[in-house]
Design a protein around this ligand. Sequence first.
Ligand code: FDM
Length: 173
Amino acid sequence: MRFPDRTTKIGQLISSYLEKKSNLEDHSVHLLFSANRWEMVPLIKQKLEQGINLVVDRYAFSGVAFTSAKPGFSLEWCMNPDIGLPKPDLVMFLQLNPNMAVNRGEYGIERYETSAFQRTVHQRFEELMKDASVNWKVIDAARTIEEVHRDIKVLSEDIIRLTQNQPVGELWR
Ligand code: FDM
C-alpha cells in the first residue's frame, strides 16, 4: 500500500492539492491525509487477519513530519488524529541528504519539493525517531538500489519472523 492513496475521493482532493491544482487550508489538508489512512483501516485489518504482510510506502510519520514542518504546527497536534491507527511492526526510514534527493526522479514538481522545506521535514523525522515506542530502522538510501533492497529485505524478513501471530498494536497509544 502507499499513502496518500490517491484513488479514493479523499485521495483525489489530496492529489489535486499536491499537484498544486487546488489550495487547501493547512489544518484541513492534514486531517484529510489522516482520514485517507483511517478509511483504509478496515482493509488493512482484513489483510492482516488473513495473514498478509503489508509493506506501506509512507504512513502517519510522513503526515506528522510534513505538516509539522509548516509554521505554527506542533508534533503533538499533528500526531493526534493518527493516534490508534494500526501500528507498524517496523518503520524503515530511507535516509537521503536533501541535496542528493534533488537529483532523484521528478523532484521539484509537486508541492513540498523544495530543499528548504525538505530540510525542515528531515528535522521533524529526527524528532519522531526519538520515540522508542516505534521500531525505527534507518537505511542509508544514498547507495545503489541493490544495496538498499538487500537491507530492506533482510529487515523485513526478520520482523515478519519475529512478530508472527502477535496482535497488531495501536500507534502512539
Ligand atoms: N504527505 C504524505 C503529507 O504531507 N502527509 C501525509 O500524511 C502523507 C502520507 O505528500 F510530499 C506528503 C509527502 C509527499 C507527498 O508524495 C506524497 P509521494 O511521492 O506520493 O510519496
